[in-house]
Design a protein around this ligand. Structure first.
Ligand code: WT7
Length: 634
């Protein structure tokens, strides 16, 4: 097991060592895993191509470390503790032994269906144990998983299948979330009509047992393929730098890109960060409320916890079903020790009133995490007082799909806390702040663009099929630095406070979205000539989506038009991307070179029209007053 830091002094010493001799530091962590063959060299890197290799020529299989390694010591301990959507349904558990057997069966079923090492397998499934099992089965045989959040539309699913030329898609028949029953297989069928010819297998897990169309010759039932398979499956030997998974995430331009993570480094870093940030102890019950469709679920529901021999809770439902007390009811029932959620959920539950919290015993909670967006002070205080009873520390964890694991954040109770501050970097992480001219801002009490100076084991290796895009996006803004896209402040104590994205990426309820992506979806509507999308402050979601739209001709029924637009966005991306505010405008403020002045649009959307700066040099200054006068947020 990786080392666990147990005091602030120990943290400081570990941090210092990780900077003075990163290779020795990470080699020591890596030694605690099972490798088929040890690495020849710890690290080989440059950020100019970029080309980063950790544990060079090391051979391993991550599932041997998640599963096999635990069989002797904790075979009968619960690995996955499943809490179904229905609060009255029984929990389902998989011990490490059972999980190992199930993963092997699914791995064998995949092999029997022609899935081989290196093939890409897409998952479009709800939060049921079979999703984690399927993902691990891929890793077992060396197939690359690409999990697509099941809230995305058929179009978005098809885009992702095509980009990675997936050979198989694994889905459920239906998803249940709260009172909703969602026909998942039907969405997959739609996606399969959209030039997704690479798909040779559609494996359908019977979740609700509702009616589905299985007439496509590629469609097979999960249980028919899996039942009867052997419970042993020799793990494929993987190179440390072989691909483990692809996960799509939005950027400021173009379509979402497939962030690539590889086996060795990702394994070492997710386990190390999990154990230290959450201070997980033997026998604890750990619950992360994220969905496995996002990186948080990959790293801190599946891999980090299982690598550490933890009991990890998987929750199928939503925070407000049957009522706003569900999270706390589950914490009491399962005696959750570490609880990890997003600010948007905290704000939404806080708004429902304390009565939903007060009736539950939350004394088991030792550490509480926050992730996905900045946590405002009010939400932080409520979380700390009402949920943690001022005893459980909050770890505000800053990281990204691209970083693979937590970069800045507290280590349980061992780190100082400050509301709305993520705090100090984890050992091995060397953040820095830059100004727009490329100068590093030294010392404390400074604010700038957040970058990282040195590779850590779970840094992204490429964006699938387009390495140049990876270089351009993350490694070209500043020479020899990884650029995060976030702005941050380092306060007088050297603690980091994340301010938010400095690019055209918005964060809606912790979901990352490119404004260009939403604009492209809106532009699919036949009446739309041009659109501009910006984020604006939203009490619950953090940011809401504000769309300015130029139409080909005046619309008679604006209400109907808005509904149509929302439907187009739902079809192109999914419900999470639907605009909250739609303002029809006669023009967009543009510079003389034709660039949209988003700064003005952002200000108007935030309800602040006081000081829009000099607009006289605009191509069409007159449009600014019109936009201001008709603004939907005042
Ligand atoms: C972006 C990454 C990392 C898992 C979930 C989101 C924002 C993330 C924090 C935090 C302030 C945060 C950043 C980052 N973000 N965590 N604790 N405080 N902002 O992953 O979808 O890749 O989004 O989320 O802006 O760049 P993601």
């Amino acid at each position: 097991m990786t080392h666990q830091i147990k005091s602030l002094d120990e943290y400081k010493a570990a941090y210092q060592r990780s900077v003075d001799d990163p290779e020795a530091f990470w080699a020591e962590q890596a030694e605690t895993f099972h490798w088929r063959k040890k690495w020849d060299k710890v690290l080989d890197w440059n950020f100019s191509e970029p080309n980063v290799n950790w544990f060079v020529n090391g051979k391993l299989n991550i599932t041997e470390n998640c599963l096999d390694r635990h069989l002797e010591t904790r075979g009968d301990q619960v690995a996955i503790l499943f809490e179904p959507n229905d609060p009255d349904a029984d929990n389902i558990t998989y011990t490490y032994k059972e999980l190992h057997a199930e993963v092997c069966k699914v791995a064998n079923a995949m092999k029997a269906n022609g899935i081989e090492k290196g093939d890409r397998v897409c998952f479009y499934m709800p939060m049921v144990p079979e999703l984690a099992i399927g993902v691990l089965a891929c890793a077992r045989i060396g197939a690359v998983h690409s999990v697509v959040f099941a809230g995305f539309s058929a179009q978005a699913l098809a885009d992702r299948i095509k980009d990675a030329s997936c050979k198989a898609v694994i889905c459920s028949d239906y998803n249940v979330r709260g009172a909703k029953n969602i026909p998942v297989k039907k969405v997959v069928d739609e996606a399969l009509k959209m030039d997704t010819d690479s798909i040779e297998l559609v494996l359908v897990h019977k979740n609700t047992g509702g009616d589905v169309d299985m007439s496509d010759s590629r469609a097979k039932w999960w249980h028919e393929e899996v039942d009867g398979q052997s419970t042993e499956c020799e793990a494929e030997e993987m190179d440390s730098e072989d691909m483990l998974f692809i996960l799509y995430t939005s950027g400021s331009t173009g379509k979402p890109k497939g962030v690539v993570h590889t086996c060795g480094g990702y394994m070492v870093y997710t386990a190390y960060s999990f154990k230290n940030v959450f201070q997980y102890e033997e026998g604890d019950i750990y619950w992360c409320t994220a969905d496995i469709g996002w990186i948080t679920g990959h790293s801190y529901i599946v891999y980090g916890p299982l690598l550490s021999g933890a009991t990890t809770v998987m929750f199928e439902g939503v925070p407000t079903y049957p009522d706003a007390g569900r999270f706390w009811q589950v914490c009491e029932k399962l005696k959750v020790n570490q609880f990890y959620t997003a600010p948007t959920a905290i704000r939404a539950l806080m708004a429902q009133g304390d009565q939903y919290v007060d009736k539950y015993d939350l004394s088991s909670i030792k550490v509480m995490g926050s992730v996905g967006e900045p946590i405002n002070e009010e939400a932080w205080e409520w979380y700390y007082e009402k949920i943690g009873k001022k005893k459980a520390p909050i770890v505000d964890t800053w990281w990204q799909t691209e970083t693979g694991g937590i970069m800045i954040g507290g280590l349980g109770e061992h780190s100082p806390m400050k509301p709305a501050h993520a705090g100090y970097p984890l050992p091995g992480i060397q953040p820095c702040l830059m100004d727009a001219d490329g100068n590093e801002l030294e010392g404390n009490d400074v604010e700038g663009l957040l970058c990282v100076k040195y590779p850590w084991p779970s840094i992204l290796r490429t964006t699938y099929g387009d390495h140049e895009r990876c270089r351009q996006t993350y490694f070209s803004a500043f020479k020899d630095l990884y650029f995060t896209g976030d702005g941050a402040r380092r306060d007088k104590d050297g603690m980091y406070r994340i301010i938010g994205r400095v690019d055209d990426v918005i964060n809606v309820s912790g979901h990352r979205m490119g404004t260009a992506e939403v604009e492209n979806a809106i532009n699919e509507h036949e009446l739309v000539v041009e659109s501009a999308v910006v984020g604006y402050p939203h009490d619950i979601k953090g940011q809401g989506i504000y769309a300015y739209i130029i139409t080909a001709h005046p619309v008679d029924d604006e209400e109907a038009f808005r509904k149509e637009l929302i439907n187009v966005v739902k079809e192109e991306i999914g419900p999470i991307a639907k605009p909250d505010k739609i303002q029809i405008v006669s023009g967009l403020p543009k510079t003389r070179s034709g660039k949209i002045m988003r700064r003005i649009l952002r200000k108007v959307a935030s309800g602040d029209t006081s000081n829009l700066g000099d607009t006289s040099t605009l191509l069409n200054p007159g449009v600014v007053d019109e936009i201001k006068d008709n603004a939907l947020v005042k």
